[in-house]
Design a protein around this ligand. Structure first.
Ligand SMILES: Cc1cc2nc3c(=O)[nH]c(=O)nc-3n(C[C@H](O)[C@H](O)[C@H](O)COP(=O)(O)OP(=O)(O)OC[C@H]3O[C@@H](n4cnc5c(N)ncnc54)[C@H](O)[C@@H]3O)c2cc1C
Length: 494
């Protein structure tokens, strides 16, 4: 097939833009370096996943200090979403505006929340989000309700919800793309960080890609590793894409190229292609992740026998520290931790002690905004990736840690432990090819089109101008649907 459009990558960005182009009549080829995940015993085995790193890539990146590390960045059909916690949460309205943080300024988007709102609603339908409106004080305006009611709290979590309410906090149901009955039928495990080899989790493969591939004009080619893009002699267009498939090098010449390889790999592909789309010198810069910690609230005499746990969030400190100060961040449950998961992080403690601790803890995830910094960047060294992540705004995480430790103690958990996530986990990577109104400051326009090359779009976490302090997937998906509509109107209209 000679495609009209090539999409590079089948993660949330690539698969969702493909679903938005379905039925347009355009011939679309999705080039994905990974294969489909298939069912296997490892998919339900936490030792295989967390201790043996069964699904991690056979790839090493270099960090800011020059040392190598094996990143938790997944190359399968569906990308990182195959492992995601399926929290499908909108950025708050204020996240689209300039906001002062303890560590600096979070910049405004090139458009307000209201512009993206209709596509947020469509993305919630596409990913069949389970949620409840009216519980969270920071909730932005929704023009459409959630398509399904929330995933139910398990008994220990229903109790934690009441304990937090008694403290005057506002625990709210996490919006989730999970059909809990279908998920648990395959194995009684959490879904967060566990691979989806079935149908219970609505990820990029099981939701938008499945829908896109119903259109016979959209094709997926797996094990297709994109190496470089090539510009026209005048530099104004991308003329071809080179990839290897089964060891063979191939070239394709579409009318439109949509780069959706994830925030780190999309930047790497442009840099390897002779620094394309980079007249602003911002490609690979402004890398953001989140500043995040795991916090275990332990009650030594009370077992937490939850299977999945992950149904609550707290945004009481999202817009302010509660005393009129600056924002701190979001707090949400992790998938239920067990001794294997702890062992992967603290190898020196005996497993029986970790099993006991995990069995008596409610496990939380504290997430604070990382701020854009041009020196926080992705660089390439031949085929290799160098990730020079400069963390920012750590004061917010310290303050949120202090305040939540106090709350969990007051709620009746005498032991509260916490541990920050490290650089090996670039789960919420974004910002490396940002959008903006000014071509001198941003590689992409507000529809994710390259200012330099008219037929190049970048549709994934790269384009986000800020990281906010919520999980990014629903925002990537909403923007992908908006971009697909723009392409239909400007490029495909008869
Ligand atoms: C354990 C975990 C839990 C998470 N939980 C949540 C959550 O609960 N909620 C949430 O919103 N987010 C969560 N995230 C983050 C979320 O998964 C990502 O933000 C999202 O999947 C990013 O989508 P993307 O399209 O930007 O990139 P990716 O998912 O990285 O997709 C990029 C795709 O491109 C492919 N690719 C890369 N390079 C090439 C190449 N050279 N040639 C061809 N193909 C290529 C990759 O294989 C991949 O399929 C989590 C992530 C992890 C790892």
């Amino acid at each position: 097939m000679q495609p009209d459009i090539v999409i590079i990558g089948s993660g949330i960005g690539g698969a969702t833009v493909a679903s938005g182009l379905a039925g347009s009549g355009a011939k679309v080829l999705i080039l994905e370096r990974g294969e489909r995940l298939v069912a296997s015993p490892e998919a339900h085995n936490s030792h295989a996943i967390f201790v043996n790193g069964h699904y991690r890539p056979k790839e090493m990146w270099r960090g800011i200090d020059g040392t190598e590390f094996n990143p938790g960045n997944y190359y399968y059909v569906g990308g990182n979403s195959k492992f995601f916690g399926a929290v499908l949460l909108r950025y708050r309205r204020e996240d689209f505006e300039k906001m002062e943080h303890y560590g600096g300024v979070s910049p405004a988007w090139p458009f307000p929340y209201e512009e993206l709102e209709p596509w947020y609603g469509r993305a919630e339908q596409l990913f069949q989000v389970r949620g409840a409106l009216g519980e969270d004080p920071t909730e932005p305006f929704h023009s459409t309700p959630y398509p399904f009611p929330p995933v139910p709290d398990e008994a220990p979590i229903a109790r934690a919800r009441e304990e937090l309410k008694r403290l005057g906090l506002h625990p709210a149901s996490l919006p989730l793309g999970v059909d809990i009955d279908a998920w648990l039928k395959q194995g009684r495990t959490p879904w967060d960080a566990f691979p989806n080899t079935g149908t219970g989790k609505m990820d990029a493969e099981t939701a938008p890609l499945k829908q896109a591939l119903v259109d016979g004009d959209i094709q997926l080619l797996t094990s297709a590793y994109v190496e470089t893009l090539h510009p026209s002699p005048d530099g104004k267009y991308i003329t071809s894409v080179t990839y290897t498939h089964n060891g063979e090098r191939k070239t394709v010449t579409p009318k439109l190229v949509i780069l959706s390889a994830g925030a780190i790999n999309s930047a790497a592909i442009l840099l390897r292609s002779g620094s394309l789309a980079n007249s602003s010198d911002q490609v690979g810069r402004n890398f953001m992740n989140h500043n995040a910690s795991a916090m275990l609230a332990v009650h030594p005499f009370r077992r937490n026998d939850s299977v999945y746990q992950k149904t609550l969030m707290l945004n009481d400190y999202y817009l302010s520290d509660g005393m009129g100060g600056k924002p701190l961040g979001n707090v949400q449950l992790l998938g239920k931790i067990n001794g294997d998961i702890l062992k992967a992080n603290v190898r020196s403690v005996p497993k029986f002690a970790l099993d006991f601790m995990a069995g008596h803890a409610v496990d939380w995830y504290l997430m604070c905004e990382d701020l854009p910094n041009p020196e926080s960047r992705v660089l390439v060294d031949g085929k290799g990736i160098i990730l020079q992540w400069q963390r920012s705004n750590l004061e917010s995480l310290e303050r949120l840690t202090r305040v939540m430790r106090e709350h969990f103690r007051a709620a009746g958990y005498p032991v509260v432990l916490n541990r920050p996530f490290d650089r090996r986990t670039p789960s919420h990577q974004c910002g490396t090819i940002r959008m903006g109104n000014d071509a001198a400051m941003a590689p992409l326009d507000p529809y994710c089109r390259s200012f330099d090359h008219k037929n190049l779009f970048v549709v994934d976490g790269s384009s986000l101008p800020n990281s906010a302090a919520v999980n990014p997937s629903l925002t990537i998906a909403a923007q992908a649907l908006r971009v697909a509509d723009h392409i239909r109107q400007t490029e495909l209209a008869a």
